[in-house]
Write a protein that binds this ligand. Structure first.
Ligand code: PMV
Length: 336
């Protein structure tokens, strides 16, 4: 009763912000994302009748409190499904900083869902695993399927899951993350989702999200960056507009965040097709095609306020790397 899974982080092109059901983490709007091959979390879950309690280590350190409870709740769902009460020993390792707007929870909860379900001997479909990942963190459902994934709004527990619209090899997009701060954010996304409806702008953002989702999906399928770019930038600024006008307001941006936004617009005017998107944190994801990635990365590194960059091509779906695997998700991974 032991399994290890590896999962990619993902970056949303159309953002999920706000829930129709916070407990089930059903989304207020449809979202669309790309898995990040090189920003991964590995999770190992072991169930045993002799374990006196659930335990969690993250990057080798024992963790208790809220973060651990959230993981144990996901294990409760798995145990209820499997029909046993054994406690779990859980360990996760990530290769990127947590809580800084690079979706560490997405990679972690998708890896935990697949490792946990496999360790429990459950035989779940990709859709069921995606729905299980969603219970830990909404965006985690999009890291289970490969490549570019869509997650519809609303629905119910069984119908709210993500699916792939194109495999990792479909398009050579690269995400260069300009890290302006690697500090853990003070208000996490769970708290942020709960505030979304306090903003006068959320209703307008949600009402127009489907249009942006369709435009972004068509642009991804057509591999058309000049069509995708303006939509993802608008969607990001709309989400941060909601955040900044919530009660109380959430200001994730730092001065250097805005400096990177302006720089991306300048580089574009100079002929480099690069577009920005930002999650619930200060770091800026610069999206471009592979031939421009070296130039974008060295320009980003040279900007004052950028501490370092991280770079990733498009990733595959969550994979079991040991243990009995009943899951046959798409296993392609492309590193650009
Ligand atoms: O999955 P959560 O609850 O961490 O929310 C993710 C929210 C954003 O990263 C800001 C947007 C998204 O769709 O990934």
């Amino acid at each position: 009763m032991n399994a290890t899974a590896i999962s990619c982080s993902n970056i949303a092109f159309i953002k999920y912000w706000g829930n129709t059901d916070p407990e089930l983490r059903l989304a207020a709007n449809p979202s669309l994302s790309m898995n990040l091959a090189d920003l991964t979390v590995t999770a190992t879950v072991q169930f045993h009748a002799d374990f006196p309690a659930d335990t969690l280590t993250i990057n080798g350190k024992s963790v208790t409190g809220g973060a651990a409870k959230r993981v144990f709740r996901q294990m409760d769902i798995i145990r209820a499904n499997a029909g046993f009460a054994h406690h779990a020993r859980i360990a996760t390792e990530s290769n990127f900083p947590a809580g800084a707007g690079i979706a560490s929870s997405a990679a972690a909860f998708s890896a935990l869902a697949v490792a946990g379900a496999t360790a429990a001997g459950l035989s779940l479909s990709e859709a069921e695993l995606s729905a299980l990942a969603r219970r830990g963190s909404g965006s985690a459902c999009r890291s289970v399927p490969a490549g570019f994934a869509q997650w519809p709004a609303g629905g119910a527990d069984e119908t709210s899951f993500a699916e792939s619209i194109a495999p990792a090899g479909h398009w050579n997009l690269v995400d260069i993350v300009a890290i302006v701060s690697a500090k853990h954010k003070t208000v996490g996304s769970t708290g942020g989702h709960a505030l979304a409806d306090t903003s006068a702008l959320q209703a307008a953002r949600v009402a127009t999200a489907a249009e942006r989702f369709i435009a972004a999906k068509e642009a991804v399928l057509a591999k058309d960056l000049p069509a995708l770019g303006p939509v993802i930038e608008e969607d990001t600024v709309l989400m941060h507009g909601v955040m900044m006008t919530s009660r109380p307001p959430l200001f994730y941006w730092q001065p250097a965040t805005l400096a990177v936004i302006h720089a991306a617009r300048r580089w574009r005017a100079d002929g480099i097709p690069v577009y920005f998107t930002i999650d619930a944190g200060p770091n800026v994801h610069l999206i471009c095609e592979r031939p421009h990635a070296d130039a974008v990365e060295s320009l980003a590194r040279a900007l004052p306020g950028v501490q370092k960059t991280m770079r990733s091509g498009v990733g595959g779906g969550t994979q079991i790397i040991n243990g009995e695997c009943n899951y046959s998700g798409i296993r392609d991974k492309v590193t650009n």
